[in-house]
Design a protein around this ligand. Structure first.
Ligand code: NAD
Ligand code: LMR
Length: 328
């Protein structure tokens, strides 16, 4: 029998955690034949709620679930992990932008980075979901020098799904027929959702939609502000769709992106597309299924795209400045 993969989930008693845990236990990340051990991290005031969630997880009697751990100590929750999904942090509420959370949430990722460095498997993968996720990921990565920079990513998969869905709905196509949108930059309202390389049932999305003004005036702001629209409607931030995106993000890392397709992930910039090194920026990536990714190269940018990319990169550089004291 394959040996179990160990996955840590932080903020496991929260909204996203509630949707995430059962699907990890069903094999949604590593596949239907790979057993998993789930190690949950919470803060002390949420440990009772976590106890209840873990009772429910036990009551699902998942065949692949080899073990469950719940702790408020990162050195316990991150012990020997193959994958850590860093969700635990405060969500924004109505009227806030995601980077308004930076001062409160940023420090969480110092301690968690150090703990991962100390006790996770040296080739562990870490995906950050808690906002502002690009910069939180940068903080954790800086505090875990023993884990290679290429092993870290932050989640823009939800924005990627949102972009696909907006195009599908606009032209009456199925979601699965829309491929190769790109999210560039920050998981914030400066992100650049790029439709220029997207296809709908194999045809260029630009031709199928045939309305550049719609892309610029509706598509971009809708994708950028979708999180806010959900908070306004639900009174709470997205959780089901966020958990679903986190599972796809991790599944692509471990099972690969489909042939001929890419996805979007915020990764440590290597200078591709002129994005300065040393920030976590979203790029189009392909994954082979061994935990690695490659940034898709050679995509063309028009002047509009160049301007949009510059705006979101500038914001990421500003966030890095704000948290400079957490990066040592
Ligand atoms: P939630 O408030 O329901 O749950 C967060 C949980 O994290 C709580 O149970 C809390 O006790 C726990 N927590 C807080 N600090 C912690 C710490 N230091 N260690 C471990 N756990 C800690 O929030 P949620 O709806 O699950 O959202 C979690 C985060 O994910 C938020 O920051 C939200 O903005 C973000 N998010 C990101 C995306 C994305 O696309 N990247 C999408 C949705 C939500
Ligand atoms: C989202 O995109 O839904 C999340 O990042 C939550 C938020 O604050 O928008």
């Amino acid at each position: 029998m394959t040996s179990p993969r160990i996955v840590a989930v932080t903020g496991a008693a929260g909204q996203i955690g509630y949707s995430l845990l059962p699907r990890i236990a069903r094999g949604d990340i590593f596949g239907p034949d790979v057993p998993v051990i789930i190690q949950c991290l919470e803060i002390p005031p949420a440990m009772n709620a976590l106890r209840g969630v873990l009772m429910e997880l036990e009551d699902c009697a998942f065949p692949l679930l080899e073990g469950i751990v719940g702790s408020d100590d990162p050195m316990v929750a991150f012990k020997d992990v193959d994958l850590a999904l860093l969700v635990g942090s405060k969500p924004r509420s109505k009227g806030m932008e995601r980077n308004d959370l930076i001062r409160e949430n940023g420090p969480i990722f110092v301690g968690q980075g150090k703990a991962l460095d100390a006790v996770a498997k040296p080739d562990a993968r870490v995906a950050v979901i808690g906002n502002p996720c690009n910069t939180n990921c940068l903080i954790a990565l800086h505090n875990a020098p023993g884990i290679p920079k290429q092993n870290w990513s932050a989640m823009t998969q939800l924005d990627h799904h949102r972009a696909k869905a907006q195009i599908a709905v606009r032209v009456g196509a199925h979601f699965r027929d829309v491929q190769n949108v790109v999210i560039w930059g920050n998981h914030s309202n400066t992100q650049y959702p790029d439709w220029h390389h997207a296809t709908v049932a194999g045809k260029p999305a630009t031709e199928v939609v045939g309305d550049d003004a719609w892309f610029k005036n509706d598509f971009i702001p809708t994708v950028q502000e979708r999180g806010k629209a959900i908070i306004e409607a639900r009174g709470l931030s997205s959780a089901m769709s966020a958990a679903n995106a986190a599972l796809d993000h991790a599944r692509y890392l471990y099972q690969g992106t489909p042939a001929g397709q890419w996805t979007s992930m915020a990764v440590y910039s290597d200078g591709s597309y002129g994005v300065p090194e040393g920030i976590m920026s979203s790029f189009p990536v392909t994954c082979k299924g061994d935990g690695t990714y490659e940034i898709v190269q050679g995509l063309e940018f028009n002047d509009f795209g160049k301007e949009r990319l510059a705006i979101t990169v500038k914001e990421l550089e500003g966030e890095r400045e704000t948290v400079a004291n957490l990066l040592d």
